[in-house]
Design a protein around this ligand. Structure first.
Ligand SMILES: C[S@@+](CC[C@H](N)C(=O)[O-])C[C@H]1O[C@@H](n2cnc3c(N)ncnc32)[C@H](O)[C@@H]1O
Length: 250
């Protein structure tokens, strides 16, 4: 870590303040999920327990994730960087009872939210670093849904994405967390920079209303028209009439 990165690393407020000036950081096209999935609005999301802990995924992002998993009828799912396990628990509660979920985290005790619950037998908990070894039992193209939410530095996101891309099924979804404008100066969040690069060769979009970015291999092929139909221009709140707009609060 160089001196400047170190300075910002211990001063997150300074990083956030300066990031405010990086207007061109988030350049991915914006995807409206309700335009993409026919049944998006009809699937309920029910949360009993709220997520605990500062690292848990914020609720708006959880809802989008659950809707993607449910609307796409995902049967094999993985969460990389699972923390206390609330998102994995919610996934297990929403996808079909025969769906399987794999969680990966370096912290040995991860998954408190679902351990010793009726959902635990559907969740395979793997402890360790993201590495070729931890995914070696996974066949190429075998996951319908992967949520990557581990280390967000540029190098780590690149490393993890390269391991996970081959595992996505032809109609599956890879979802990244923290496609958001923070962590540029302290090096904690390189998700926007890495995805900008990757989007030069793959169709990747920001999910409007969240800090998620998403990719499906089908968007280069048979679902290309659906993807294109769901890409919309994101307007700043000062450009729209709050009473009449159909767009989500961004
Ligand atoms: C932001 S939290 C994940 C939050 C979780 N997805 C949720 O929805 O509650 C990031 C997690 O990634 C784990 N992690 C970070 N880098 C990792 C790595 N290289 N290998 C495995 N786990 C990692 C951390 O231990 C931490 O629990």
């Amino acid at each position: 870590m160089n001196m400047l990165t170190k300075f910002f690393y211990y001063r997150p407020f300074a990083d956030l303040t300066l990031c405010h000036f990086l207007k061109k950081r988030l350049t991915l096209p914006n995807l409206l999920l309700e335009e993409y999935f026919d049944n998006f609005d009809t699937h309920p999301v029910t949360l009993h327990q709220l997520p605990k802990g500062a690292w848990s995924t914020p609720l708006a992002d959880v809802i989008m994730l659950l809707k993607i998993a449910v609307c796409s009828q995902a049967k094999k799912l993985m969460e990389v960087g699972s923390f206390r396990g609330y998102t994995a628990l919610y996934l297990a509660q929403h996808v079909s009872p025969d769906a399987k979920i794999v969680t990966v985290d370096r912290y040995p005790e991860h998954g408190e939210a679902y351990r010793n619950t009726q959902y635990a037998h559907r969740i395979e908990r793997r402890v360790g670093e993201t590495s070729p070894e931890i995914f070696q039992q996974d066949s190429p193209g075998s996951y319908d849904f992967i949520f990557l939410d581990a280390d967000h530095s540029y190098e780590a996101v690149k490393h993890d994405t390269e391991l996970l891309l081959p595992l996505i099924s032809p109609n599956g979804f890879l979802v990244w967390h923290d496609y958001a404008n923070w962590g540029y100066f302290d090096g904690k969040n390189g998700v926007p920079e890495y995805l900008k690069e990757l989007s030069e060769r793959l169709p990747i979009a920001h999910v409007i209303g969240s800090d998620l970015a998403v990719y499906s291999p089908a968007w280069s092929r048979e679902q290309k028209h659906l993807y294109e139909k769901a890409i919309v221009q994101k307007l700043h709140h000062t450009q729209i009439d709050a009473w009449t707009t159909a767009s989500l609060r961004g």
